[in-house]
Design a protein around this ligand. Structure first.
Ligand code: SAM
Length: 243
């Protein structure tokens, strides 16, 4: 269904190499995505070349932005139809992932893909809001990495993701052209939440334009009062309101 040679060559450009079996799994994933998307709304992107660039290659830039050690754990916050989490565990069978979303229907699709591609030992879905997960003892400070794409602005996203990330771990936000503005707005919040911006990596993917991966190290504990309830997170932007 997709041009697997295109996926292979595009990801090789940023140093991620995919073998034939992995490429075949991406092809099956694309078929399942398009099939399910005719029944439930998972994505607006269904054209095969766009799937290669906007879903698969874009998700895999995370592996080029940070060095993800063998056997590392991560949480994908707001995974939706599985991005970036599913491409990451397809490409890296050694990783352990929790794919979190507040929409059950989308997670049914993610579960289906995990089952069909025989990845149940290393990926599981979690139907929960990120700000609820962040206060649960078994999830807080638990993950080597948190990844997230297209969920919220960086300031809000930091309050979702940093509590879940281990101290010494890394939160990576996959962002588009407005990344720099978002960073400026989020700087103070990131500091309050125990993070430190390490670097911003820029990728150009086909005609997608510029993509930015904001790499944030968790250097100190997130104060216990964060994350707040979702209404507060959006109505009282952290770093601007009283602390
Ligand atoms: N990350 C996927 C991608 O890039 O294709 C999905 C992006 S979709 C635009 C945003 C997703 O984030 C939705 O599936 C939504 O349910 C989820 N979401 C938004 N806020 C959330 C929260 N506070 N906790 C959990 N999931 C959330």
């Amino acid at each position: 269904m997709i041009d697997i040679n295109l996926l292979k060559s595009e990801t090789e450009k940023f140093g991620v190499s995919l073998d034939d079996k992995t490429l075949a799994n991406f092809d099956r994933f694309a078929e399942m995505l398009v099939d399910w998307n005719s029944r439930i709304n998972l994505t607006a992107i269904t054209e095969p070349t766009q799937i290669v660039y906007k879903h698969f290659a874009d998700s895999l830039t995370a592996l080029a932005a940070v060095d993800v050690p063998q056997g590392a754990s991560f949480i994908d916050v707001g995974t939706g139809g599985g991005f970036p989490g599913l491409p990451l565990i397809i490409a890296r069978p050694d990783l352990h992932a929790v794919l979190l979303d507040s929409t059950k229907k989308k997670l049914m699709f993610v579960d289906y893909v995990i089952d069909k591609l025989e990845m149940s030992g290393r990926g599981r879905t979690l139907h929960m809001r990120a700000e609820e997960a962040g206060v649960k003892i078994q999830l807080r400070n638990r993950f080597d990495f948190s990844f997230s794409r297209a969920v919220a602005n960086l300031r809000e996203l930091s309050e979702y993701c940093l509590p879940l990330t281990k101290i010494g771990g890394t939160f990576v936000a996959l962002k588009g052209a407005k990344a720099m503005e978002e960073i400026a707005e989020a700087k103070e919040a990131i500091k309050i939440l125990g993070g430190e911006i390490q670097e911003v990596k820029k990728f150009i993917l086909g005609d997608m334009g510029e993509r930015y991966l904001v790499v944030i190290k968790k250097v100190s504990p997130t104060p216990p009062k964060y994350p707040r309830a979702s209404a507060k997170i959006s109505k009282e932007p952290l770093g601007l309101s009283k602390k």
